[in-house]
Design a protein around this ligand. Structure first.
Ligand SMILES: C[S@@+](CC[C@H](N)C(=O)[O-])C[C@H]1O[C@@H](n2cnc3c(N)ncnc32)[C@H](O)[C@@H]1O
Length: 378
């Protein structure tokens, strides 16, 4: 029989990561997973043979790539202990960025701008384990929280979590917003962490244990986001926000989709790793969404030309506006590069000046500013 320290050492020599080994050992011992210190205090305790056999089986599952959360059945998200299994995606820490952003936008108490003192109303689309909806409700109990998923299996997991945590969330099955009548509740905020991996992305092959419908979304990974962006305005209150999580390289494309759908205040938020992970915008129903001056001018010009179809102008203008917004982003990035290079040139200029001063034999040489020697486009 091995003691706990010896058991951990042999799991690690079988190539299991130290943290995984500690968490699996705590799990088979029935100890809370956050109490890794407990293992140190009990490192000479003996592990009973039946628990050792169980632990070996769990370690093999982990070594074959199964997420730790499916093996232990638990995942912590925004301070909540959620039960998870292979019917739902394991909630990621990155998604906490979306929750924090929604909480900043949604006042906890009925606010002056809410309808007849009604509490703010939020909808989580593609709720999975219920992570986002439950975190919002736990953090701000005054919110009315609704959650949708297309998968009945996922809804069963989410409802069980809500019941265990005693959080009141209204769950329903729908394919994004199609199942909701246009006349139904309007939301102050719609949040979603939808599937966003491109169908042929090589990373998808490694995620064999998680449900594919929670991960993949068409050839560019944006099919579901496109649907949500186009359906959301009909279900938002004036001034309501749509916040979306997306892939590490999709922020610009998602901002473009929001822009084309008439959202304002479009912005992105970075996750803990500094990656633009969520993008969102506000649906204002204000004159910003009326035809722009540019469009009006184009329409007036084309009304006099019977060969032109004025209804196609708006689409064309939107395309041009998206391209313009991409071009602006590109210019920003180029500006940053130029600024960095100019800083480097200034630094080198100072260094050249200093070195020249250190060479008295050559006599005084006027300082050279290397910036003056740059090609004109700098
Ligand atoms: C990436 S998972 C997110 C789960 C959870 N919100 C989270 O952050 O951990 C996406 C979820 O969207 C659901 N989903 C996929 N297509 C859907 C659709 N057309 N309508 C509604 N939900 C859908 C999946 O079942 C899955 O639970």
């Amino acid at each position: 029989m091995k003691n706990l320290a010896q058991t951990l050492a042999s799991l690690q020599s079988a190539r299991l990561a130290r943290l995984d080994a500690q968490l699996l050992l705590l799990h088979v011992l029935g100890q809370p997973l956050h109490q890794r210190g407990w293992l140190l205090a009990h490192d000479t305790d003996l592990l009973p043979p039946e628990l050792a056999t169980h632990l070996t089986l769990l370690a093999q599952r982990r070594l074959s790539g199964e997420p730790l959360a499916y093996i232990t059945g638990h995942k912590e998200f925004f301070g909540l202990d959620l039960q998870v299994d292979a019917r739902v995606l394991v909630p990621r820490p990155d998604t906490e960025t979306l929750v924090t952003w929604a909480l900043e936008l949604l006042p906890g108490q009925p606010a002056k701008n809410t309808d007849q003192g009604q509490p703010p109303c939020v909808l989580d689309l593609g709720t999975g384990s219920g992570a986002i909806a439950l975190a919002l409700k736990a953090s701000s109990p005054e919110l009315q929280v609704h959650a949708i998923d297309f998968s009945l299996d996922a809804l069963a997991v989410a409802k069980a979590n809500a019941q265990r945590l005693q959080l009141d969330v209204a769950f329903s099955q729908s394919a994004w917003l199609k199942g909701l009548a246009d006349s139904s509740t309007k939301f102050d905020c719609i949040v979603s962490n939808p599937p966003y991996i491109a169908a042929l992305d090589p990373h998808l092959a490694a995620l064999t244990h998680e449900p594919l419908q929670a991960l993949a979304s068409g050839t560019d990974g944006l099919d579901d986001i496109r649907q949500i962006v186009s359906q959301a305005p009909a279900h938002l209150k004036p001034g309501g926000w749509l916040l979306l999580e997306h892939g590490f390289d999709q922020a610009q494309a998602v901002r473009g989709l929001l822009y084309a759908a008439g959202f304002a205040q479009i912005q992105s938020r970075r996750d803990l790793a500094g990656i633009e992970r969520c993008s969102g915008g506000q649906f204002t129903h204000t004159p910003e969404h009326q035809p722009t001056t540019a469009l009006k001018v184009m329409q007036t010009q084309f009304q006099t030309d019977p060969t032109q179809d004025p209804s196609r102008l708006e689409t064309r203008l939107t395309e041009l506006e998206i391209k313009a917004s991409f071009a602006e982003d590109l210019i920003d990035k180029l500006d940053q590069i130029v600024t960095r290079q100019q800083d480097q040139i200034d630094h080198l200029t100072r260094e050249v000046h200093f070195l020249r001063q250190q060479t008295p034999d050559e006599g005084p040489v006027p300082p050279r500013n290397l910036r003056d020697e740059l090609p004109p486009h700098y």
